[in-house]
Design a protein around this ligand. Structure first.
Ligand code: MRU
Length: 352
């Protein structure tokens, strides 16, 4: 039996809270948390309670609105100081996904455009802007799902890495969008989900979301992707993205670039799915994309009953890697599929 998708972010305007689905507790528990302060929202983003590039952009937009709502309402200078300070704090919560900065820039621009108005009107404009960002992402996800599905055939085997499903976005998902749409239309896909060490987004979230939707999903460890491809079980790779540079180099969850190299070796098309809000024309190539480094304990001890590495063992724990544009078959956006050369196709897509 299929179930309704879960909603990662929701504004509870009556109580002045952002309600998030705590993704760290999935798949065992479905728990929603109400976050009232900028500090709580920043912590939720840092700890991946809310995660996925579009979802953190939406959380930040609502966070900026709530910051304005909770700022001093009787002193313009104090109001703007508090609003901009909280926007800075939200921007510092994670460095790689560009959607966070894009959403906050939109919120700042909205405040600037209404700056001469009474404070309650600025706050109301910020709420409408955050809601627009949320609504637009839903529409973009639907369009990405259609464009992505057009690249697939009934019965295809699809490999995916990390989680780019409904809970990483607003609804429908990016890389999982075409799969879920295909499921509704009887395509009968077989999906291989990489477990995605070290935080297991593939096991905890992708397998969970696909299984709930009734999709035929098989969980594999990251080091099994080559074997599955060699067996001829994969006709396409679909992944999400956290930042696409102007030349098409793409940052996504650590391990994605290895999957792309394997796909090239086995002659399997490799598609990146994401809204144009994830394309960053100000980042020329992947070299300039900041890569988040995370806590060594995610490798050494998280998920284990006892540490699985000697105490103090050095680790290297980048949260993302960059897939070279030369390995990417197409970038599926809400405006269509960008093909190489990406410098031109992405520019045209952003101008559309
Ligand atoms: O660290 P995470 O879990 O936020 O990383 C998420 C990813 O890498 C996703 O693939 C990406 O954000 C796209 S989500 C539609």
């Amino acid at each position: 039996m299929t179930q309704e998708p879960l909603i990662p972010n929701r504004l509870d305007d009556e109580r002045g809270a952002l309600v998030i689905l705590d993704q760290t507790l999935l798949p065992a528990q479905v728990v929603y948390r109400s976050l009232y302060s900028t500090e709580e929202i920043c912590r939720a983003v840092k700890t991946l309670q809310v995660r996925g590039a579009p979802a953190i952009g939406i959380a930040a937009a609502y966070g900026a609105y709530l910051a304005a709502r909770h700022a001093p309402q009787d002193d313009r200078e104090a109001f703007f100081a508090a609003f901009y300070r909280d926007c800075e704090a939200l921007a510092a919560s994670r460095p790689t996904a560009v959607n966070l900065f894009w959403a906050l820039n939109r919120m700042r621009a909205c405040a600037a455009a209404h700056k001469a108005k009474p404070i309650h009107e600025i706050v109301a404009a910020l709420r409408r802007e955050a809601e627009s960002i949320h609504r637009e992402d839903i529409a973009q996800n639907l369009a990405i799902s259609e464009h992505g599905l057009a690249l697939l055939h009934p019965g295809d085997g699809i490999l995916t890495h990390c989680n780019a499903g409904p809970i990483a976005t607003s609804r429908y998902g990016t890389a999982l969008g075409p799969i879920l749409l295909g499921q509704e239309r009887g395509y009968g896909f077989r999906v291989f989900a990489d477990e995605t060490r070290p935080l297991l987004q593939g096991a905890r979230l992708t397998a969970f979301e696909l299984q709930r939707a009734g999709v035929d999903v098989t969980l594999i460890c990251d080091n099994m992707a080559s074997a599955v491809m060699k067996n001829g079980w994969v006709q396409a790779v679909f992944v999400g993205c956290d930042r696409v540079a102007a030349n098409g180099d793409t940052a996504n969850k650590i391990g994605t670039s290895g999957v792309a190299i394997l796909a090239r070796h086995y002659g399997i098309p490799f598609y990146v799915c994401g809204p144009t809000t994830t394309v960053d024309p100000d980042t020329p190539t992947g070299e300039q994309i900041p890569i988040e480094q995370r806590d060594p304990e995610e490798i050494r001890s998280l998920w284990y009953k006892a540490p699985m590495a000697p105490a103090g063992c050095r680790t290297y724990n980048p949260a993302f890697d960059v897939t070279d544009h030369s390995l990417i078959t197409g970038i599926v956006t809400e405006k269509g599929v960008a093909r190489p050369p990406f410098t031109r196709s992405l520019r045209e897509m952003l101008e559309k």
